[in-house]
Ligand binder design. Structure first.
Ligand SMILES: Cc1cc2nc3c(=O)[nH]c(=O)nc-3n(C[C@H](O)[C@H](O)[C@H](O)COP(=O)(O)OP(=O)(O)OC[C@H]3O[C@@H](n4cnc5c(N)ncnc54)[C@H](O)[C@@H]3O)c2cc1C
Length: 390
């Protein structure tokens, strides 16, 4: 990707060097479904990323971040996303990244002291708990079954959450629950006796920082200060959080798919079959071309959203369209890359099969493709109906 400014171009070069010389050499299949091992490697990498001036690209400068525009961030996050280790090392990985933005936007001064600054400093990790098992909230957040009831000067929370990324080893969770006044976000310390991570779910993606936890909240008492923002506004905050969060996922995961393609291209350039290099076969050339077309279109859609965000425009429709297209296009890229590499592409001996596993889940989280399509379709048809009756 061409960097949008001189500063972003310089930073991208530093990120590429960091990824090639520090992050990729530390990638290890031993990290698969082992959040503790992953945390250990991230703790080793963070001081290196910080010393290289790459820490917190998403935060404003007054909070120790790089103060980049969205369009500059797009270039940087794609470079970082080539390795699953780099965004965590630069402290711009989900779910800490969107949690920092939520705390910055809606947190009280006291909440910022206790949660935001240690999070930004990399001293602690966090998670965001919205999804519940049946019959609770999944695609439809209005199905929330976890409740918070006022008790004295605080609240008592009861409920069940699952697939909560980052939960293993987190210091706190932002939890979305139902109250009499409507959905509300609470900050809950994981050492609260009523908050229990009952298991780590082995999802198909191999490298989630802090894994994916299943959580039981049982008579979990929190003080009134634990409310994040206003009571009853939790869903609005979740929506505000999701739009930039899913765009950042597009940026990082584009780097991952681009790396899978680089590896596949290197493979077909040197591997022979029936007397010629695979790269000379037109069917292979077509797969390479289709991957580049998917990546180019993904970048353009992502950059358009980034430009709109920098201009303060709404991206509600654009991020939904971009998320659907990019998540599906990146899956096509990684799938073709694995295909081009034959058996090696199916194995953990090369990162491509692991990248494919990582990317598959992106078609589900941050809104499944079908959910976005049905919402977008309804929205466009409503607009068309209102303009034809005007
Ligand atoms: C790797 C991973 C990480 C995750 N991390 C988190 C996290 O950190 N915090 C958190 O709270 N949650 C997290 N989730 C959960 C994720 O947000 C939910 O999986 C997602 O919202 C879908 O909910 P569900 O799984 O209950 O699917 P369901 O709501 O049961 O939907 C199942 C399928 O039905 C279809 N569908 C559903 N609704 C519609 C519709 N309206 N129109 C058309 N088709 C529809 C879709 O194909 C969908 O995939 C994560 C999930 C994964 C896989």
């Amino acid at each position: 990707m061409t960097a949008p400014s001189e500063r972003a171009a310089e930073l991208c070069e530093v990120v590429r060097h960091f990824v090639e010389t520090e992050a990729i050499p530390r990638e290890d299949v031993a990290h698969i479904h082992d959040p503790v091992a992953l945390d250990r490697t991230l703790a080793e990498l963070r001081p290196i990323a910080r010393a290289a001036g790459l820490y917190l690209p998403q935060m404003p400068e007054q909070y120790g971040g790089l103060g980049l525009s969205w369009i500059e961030r797009a270039a940087l996050l794609e470079e970082a996303g080539r390795s699953y280790l780099a965004p965590g090392a630069m402290n711009c990985a989900a779910p800490d990244q969107p949690n920092m933005i939520s705390l910055l936007r809606s947190g009280t001064e006291a909440q910022k002291q206790v949660y935001l600054w240690p999070l930004a400093n990399g001293d602690i990790r966090s998670c965001f708990a919205m999804t519940e098992p049946h019959p609770g909230a999944g695609s439809d957040p209005s199905m929330l079954k976890t409740t918070a009831v006022r008790s004295g000067d605080g609240w008592v929370i009861n409920g069940h959450k699952w697939f909560i990324t980052g939960a293993i080893g987190a210091r706190f969770s932002i939890v979305l629950v139902q109250t009499a006044e409507g959905p509300t976000q609470f900050i809950v310390d994981v050492d609260n006796l009523g908050f229990n991570v009952v298991r780590a779910i082995r999802a198909m993606d191999p490298y989630a920082i802090g894994g994916h936890g299943e959580i039981e909240l049982k008579d979990c008492f929190v003080s009134g200060d634990a409310v994040l923002g206003e009571v009853g506004k939790g869903l609005d905050y979740a929506q505000q959080r999701l739009e930039p969060a899913r765009l950042s996922h597009c940026m990082r995961l584009m780097g991952r798919a681009a790396r899978a393609l680089e590896l596949a291209q290197a493979y077909v350039n040197q591997r022979h079959s029936f007397g010629q290099r695979l790269a000379e076969l037109q069917l292979v050339q077509a797969m390479v071309a289709d991957c580049h077309i998917d990546l180019h279109a993904s970048r353009l859609m992502t950059l358009d959203c980034a430009k709109r965000m920098d201009a303060g425009l709404s991206v509600k429709t654009q991020t939904a369209m971009t998320k659907v297209f990019v998540s599906e296009a990146l899956n096509r890229v990684a799938d073709r890359a694995a295909q081009m590499m034959g058996a090696l592409g199916m194995s953990e001996d090369a990162p491509v099969s692991l990248i494919l596993r990582e990317l598959r889940s992106f078609r589900i989280y941050d809104g499944a493709s079908e959910l976005h399509r049905s919402t977008l379709g309804r929205r466009f048809l409503k607009l068309s109906a209102s303009s034809s009756t005007a």
